[in-house]
Design a protein around this ligand. Sequence first.
Ligand SMILES: *[C@@H]1O[C@H](CO)[C@@H](O)[C@H](O)[C@H]1NC(C)=O
Ligand SMILES: *[C@@H]1O[C@H](CO)[C@@H](O)[C@H](O)[C@H]1NC(C)=O
Ligand SMILES: *[C@@H]1O[C@H](CO)[C@@H](O)[C@H](O)[C@H]1NC(C)=O
Ligand SMILES: *[C@@H]1O[C@H](CO)[C@@H](O)[C@H](O)[C@H]1NC(C)=O
Length: 535
Amino acid sequence: MPLFRHNYSPTPSCLTFAVFLQIIAVGGEAGAFKQPHILFIVADDFGWNDVGYHGSEIHTPALDRLAADGVKLDSYYVQPICSPTRSQLLTGRYQIHTGLQHGVIRPAQPNGVPLDVPTIADMLKSAGYSTHMVGKWHIGFYKKEYMPTYRGFDSFYGYLLGAEQYYTHKRCFDIHEGRTHKRLCGLDLHENDKPVLNESGTYSTQLFTTRAERVVKEHVKSGSNKPLFLYLPLQAVHAPLEVPPEYVHKYDFIKDKARRKYAGMVSCMDEAVANITKTFKNFGLWDNTVLIFSTDNGGQVKEGGNNWPLRGWKGSLWEGGMRGVGFVNSPLLEKNSTTSQELLHVSDWFPTLMYLARANTTGLKLDGYNVWQTISKGKPSPRKELLHNIDPLEWPSGSPFPGGGFDSRVRAAVRVGRWKLITGNPGPGTWVPPPDKRDTTLHFKRTEHTHTDNTLRFIPRYKEKRSDTQNVWLFDIMKDPLEKDDLSQKYPSVVRNLLQRLAYYNSTAVPVRYPPEDLNADPAKHGGVWRPWED
Ligand SMILES: *[C@@H]1O[C@H](CO)[C@@H](O)[C@H](O)[C@H]1NC(C)=O
Ligand SMILES: *[C@@H]1O[C@H](CO)[C@@H](O)[C@H](O)[C@H]1NC(C)=O
Ligand SMILES: *[C@@H]1O[C@H](CO)[C@@H](O)[C@H](O)[C@H]1NC(C)=O
Ligand SMILES: *[C@@H]1O[C@H](CO)[C@@H](O)[C@H](O)[C@H]1NC(C)=O
């Protein structure tokens, strides 16, 4: 008996859903459909070469086992940085359609995922789910309407920015205005809309694990017959490199200090995943649970992460920035213990989870695809094309490639079947082995792009020496996943075709929203806490 009935149309509410259940009960059909529980775990800055099953020197027994028994996603893409991945995950929409094409949302920026775009949590909640979030938000909070509990989550325990301290849960951030400079510092740990003041000293991976376990226990103990959606974007393993020493001892063999600490942080995260999945099992939810594990972007090589042998790292349009660690484990998979080579993207989770929940998506514009048949049964992916991004605010480089209708000075990348085209400045793009395996020293050149208009500033980047005029690269990713062989000179007509695809996507883009920072965000004005600052 298949777990899901294909011709079953979505139900808008629990009420019709209940009626539907009664109808099949009356019809005497066994095994009525039950909406699955969804456990969605996101790791932060977790690199391709940081998981055991990719051959890392870091031990991840829990992740390895769950991936081995489930479906490893080998051709799964995320965005090169944090807010973009999270916004696409939560909305199913490309950044060009939410105005968040450029950078991350900075702490004092009055910006966020537009309020008229529903989140996964909004949708699952109206489909009858109990919806809880533990961990990192980072898609905007300047008004209370942007907070997780206003965006579909019944509860929220976690933080709003990125890169906080793991023990103090504080975040400091420098604002530069012309020649002046101001440091904003505050606590960033919240339960719903209240600051959590008493957890300084508790390591966040453990804090969030305990909280996630409590969500599961309370859900079960409440006797609720609702399915559970637990969104768990962990702080691990983003910088700063902080970890209880007991997780690091087993990595004495790693000489590089940053890599060694980072490995300890990964081990703690692996244990967190083990503990949480065990809680789902102990409380009887697992048999009807879909677990998705995903990184948010490639590893940060300057902070212990690694993406070897892929090219580039976090922040770049090279594979090392975007080809993500991801897998699905669930008793509901029809084919398990496999690896999917199919093209998948973080924006696909939205429609996929809507399908699993039988939520009504009529009228929603989505850029993702329902990929459940691909993951669960090994069917070909409905996704043939992937817009990685078009970022018109990134500093242009070189001169335009003739033909194709898209200005190749603009930072962008698109994948069509086997072909990947990168334009503009792709970001850092060397191949970086794990530190203990480096026989040569890598030289980073610090570059900073600054618009004359000081409302726009760019995060300093490290990049390798390369020609400043080249702004088009073409790769056959199927044959050359390491992006060693640029084919743009050899196949100019393919380049033009892909430029046309970029031109098409660009014609559907909304304007970028990247407002200046607002000093009213200063936690000093809000009791020492990062919180919504506008009414
Ligand atoms: C889904 O929602 C749309 C628009 O809200 C509504 O018109 C339609 O009847 C719903 N579909 C189902 C199957 O309930
Ligand atoms: C902080 O307060 C919460 C809520 O009262 C409580 O559950 C938690 O155990 C406290 N944490 C510490 C470290 O005391
Ligand atoms: C996992 O559970 C064990 C046993 O309860 C506990 O000691 C450990 O701290 C937990 N790990 C995390 C990361 O929460
Ligand atoms: C994998 O699928 C088989 C066949 O459906 C099933 O018996 C087994 O329990 C599944 N394994 C896991 C770990 O879900």
